[in-house]
Design a protein around this ligand. Sequence first.
Ligand SMILES: [Zn+2]
Length: 80
Amino acid sequence: MIITFLAVIFIALLLFAAYFGLRYVMNQGNIPLDEVNKEKCSLCRKQFPKNELLVREVYDVKVYFFCKECIESLNNELHN
Ligand SMILES: [Zn+2]
């Protein structure tokens, strides 16, 4: 009797896990392409499409993204 009870709980847990696992996988696929192709500028922290950012790698690990505005402001600082 108790074994049947445990088996039912086990199957219920299995279905529960499968349901949420499936939902998780479905949600992963639902990330809008806009979000995937966007990255934060390393200086001003605003989000920009990746193709509008300048990318610099440091020591093969750190990747910095710079937006046009920040590059221009850095350029202005350099010339003043
Ligand atoms: Zn910026």
